[in-house]
Design a protein around this ligand. Structure first.
Ligand code: ZN
Ligand code: ZN
Length: 350
């Protein structure tokens, strides 16, 4: 079968590899679409910046380079292993990439295995991935798609779940006010998730005019945080009260800083992005406004299903920010995304 296999930094080959077959409790999926994520860019362009060493065997999965990439994907079940009862041949689904976690660390014990340092995920730190014609996954990783949700949308469930989890961490409720800082795929996902939660007063701040235009075309109220007046736009949106929440998906200190400044009393900023640089913070403003800053990483299993249900209800419009390509063109797609062009690329893998 054809697969996109990472051998090392800037060495990714689309080549023929052996087709996997499912063991007990496992299923074999014919992949349909796989998305390219920011972490795939790190994998390809900056291997040293990965939080684990992919040249050494993963302690739980044994995976190491060469690694098939792709952790955001969808497909159709073509074979089930012994003992599989909840998934059948022909089922269409999105795949939760986490294969295993340690089960012992504080994160695992508290039910947030996505924070586990030993987490093994398909397309990164477990054998196999979505950027190949077939993959073998555990039965429990499979989330069935209803007829209303296409396989292309199915490949967006994983990144949209990251954003959904951020909104869950914000504690915002229907009728509340929110700012989404940064209109990359996670910021876009946060905007959809907020709307699905009944939050209508949402401002999106984004310095790129191209991204502002695509958000405006989706119906968002946008502001340029550099050339425009963010605080005035917030005051306008919230009648001068400040924001209930800020979803910080920009990855720059200035976005976090202005987010805190524009919060209402007891408001909450959720950090949803990786920050390359440390920043200074004046804690007094947290104290005086009884404000909070929290982090959000990954998602819970049930959030995967919540996103699928919201997709079935029509909450996700992919116009203007999702494009499709071919598996053979993956290296070009990585370069395109690195240059800041486009938002989300889905590759057709079979
Ligand atoms: Zn990702
Ligand atoms: Zn753990």
């Amino acid at each position: 079968m054809k697969a996109a296999v990472l051998y090392g930094q800037e060495d990714l080959r689309v080549e023929d590899v052996e087709e996997p077959s499912p063991g007990p409790g496992q299923i074999k999926i014919r992949n349909a679409y796989a998305g390219i994520c920011g972490s795939d860019l790190h994998f390809y362009f900056a291997l040293d910046s990965m939080p684990f060493d992919p040249t050494q065997p993963h302690p739980l999965t044994g995976a190491r380079l060469p690694q098939i990439l792709g952790h955001e994907f969808s497909g159709t079940v073509v074979e089930v292993g012994e003992g599989v009862t909840t998934v059948a041949v022909g089922d269409r689904g999105a795949v939760h990439p986490m294969v295993v976690a340690c089960g012992k660390c504080p994160g695992c014990r508290r039910g947030v295995p996505m924070t586990c340092a030993l987490m093994g995920a398909l397309g990164a730190s477990a054998i196999g991935g979505g950027l190949s014609e077939y993959v073998v996954a555990n039965e429990f990783q499979f989330h069935r798609l209803p007829d209303e949700v296409s396989l292309a949308d199915g490949a967006l469930v994983e990144p949209m779940s990251v954003a959904w989890h951020g909104v869950a961490r914000s504690n915002v409720t229907a009728g509340g006010t929110a700012l989404v800082a940064g209109a990359g795929p996670i910021g876009i996902g946060a905007w959809f998730a907020l709307k699905a939660h009944g939050v209508e007063k949402i401002l999106v701040s984004e310095p790129s005019s191209e991204r502002r235009a695509l958000m405006a075309a989706l119906g968002a109220t946008v502001v340029d945080p550099i050339g425009g007046d963010l605080s005035a736009a917030v005051a306008d949106l919230t009648d001068g009260n400040g924001l209930d929440t800020v979803l910080e998906a920009a990855g720059v200190g200035a976005a976090l800083e202005s987010g805190i400044a524009n919060l209402a009393l007891t408001g909450r900023v959720v950090v949803l992005s990786l920050h390359e640089h440390p920043m200074t913070l004046q804690p007094t403003q947290l104290m005086m406004g009884q404000k909070e800053v929290v982090g959000a990483v990954g998602y819970q299993d049930d959030e995967f299903d919540a996103v699928i249900a919201a997709m079935a209800e029509g909450h996700y419009d992919t116009t203007g920010w999702v494009e499709e390509g071919k598996l053979d063109d993956i290296v070009d797609a990585l370069h395109q995304l690195r240059s800041g062009e486009g938002a989300k690329i889905l590759l057709r893998v079979s």
